[in-house]
Write a protein that binds this ligand. Structure first.
Ligand code: BTN
Length: 252
């Protein structure tokens, strides 16, 4: 199959759209091909977490991208996708959206979506990325489980009524492809500048749980030029965070 023979895939249900997109990418599907599902039975989040994916209300999608950037820049695609989603939700749907490093979409103090980027090689030896995006669209407050109702929200709750998930899938795709073009032509500094416009927690007191289980408390100084988060601890040491959990200290 030629890469141009692949088309977007629309599914009622699947385990994870990232898994489907990865397999299409391995077979050579072209830059920009997307997978949208109405429901996921094994939706995945960052750090091995589960992404709760009830049927028919939300956006669960993944896009195959083959950016013309060096391999060592690929991890920056998570923030690139964050900018693309935030600008789309702000410009097209008039939602007051915020970003939390590295991959969360927020409205006010609650999470409404997240991004899971994965990188691998196709059968022809070319590296590609799968950008998975989950956004709570048409869920009402009463639809959230007791476990997450205090920390999760949706576009509907934020005022976006009658939102068509398929339209959102197309709108985010076009925003993602255009933001990747800007990354390719102007560099990551362009993406970072726009990410900072939506940075919700710069200046806040945060706790970083390191991958080896330590707890670092300090001020969130925002991402550096490579997209790593800077946290200044109480002794003034600046830590560069590549992975792990970073959360508000003592959220009320
Ligand atoms: C996170 O916040 O931890 C990231 C969540 C990413 C969820 C999306 S839903 C569509 C795609 N398929 C998956 O299995 N995960 C991503």
């Amino acid at each position: 199959m030629r890469s141009s023979d692949f088309q977007d895939v629309f599914l009622d249900t699947t385990d994870s759209t990232n898994r489907v997109a990865r397999e299409l990418g391995e077979q050579g599907a072209a830059h920009g091909i997307g997978v949208l599902a109405a429901c996921q039975t094994a939706g995945r989040g960052r750090l091995g977490r589960r992404w709760y994916s009830p049927s028919g209300k939300n956006l669960y999608c993944s896009y195959i991208v083959r950016p013309n950037i060096d391999l060592h820049h690929f991890p920056k695609l998570t923030m690139t996708a964050g900018v693309a989603a935030a600008e789309c939700l702000h410009d097209v749907y008039k939602i007051e959206i915020g970003l939390k490093w590295p991959n969360d979409l927020y409205i006010g103090s609650k999470k409404c979506g997240g991004i899971l980027s994965e990188f691998t090689e196709d059968h022809y030896g070319n590296t590609f990325a799968v950008i998975g995006i989950g956004i709570n669209c048409n869920q009402k407050s009463s639809d959230f489980s007791a476990e997450i109702k205090d920390i999760a929200t949706s576009l509907l709750i934020a005022g976006a009524e009658n939102l068509e998930v398929t339209e959102l899938f197309q709108a985010i795709k076009s925003s993602l492809l255009s933001t990747i073009k800007d990354f390719e032509s102007k560099g990551f500094s362009e993406v970072l500048k726009r990410w900072q416009d939506y940075d919700l927690f710069r200046g806040s007191n945060m706790v970083w749980l390191t991958p080896d289980g330590r707890r670092v408390e300090g001020e969130n100084l925002g991402p550096d030029t490579d997209g790593m988060l800077r946290v200044k601890d109480t002794e003034g040491t600046i830590h560069l965070v590549l992975t792990g959990d970073v959360n508000l200290n003592n959220p009320q």
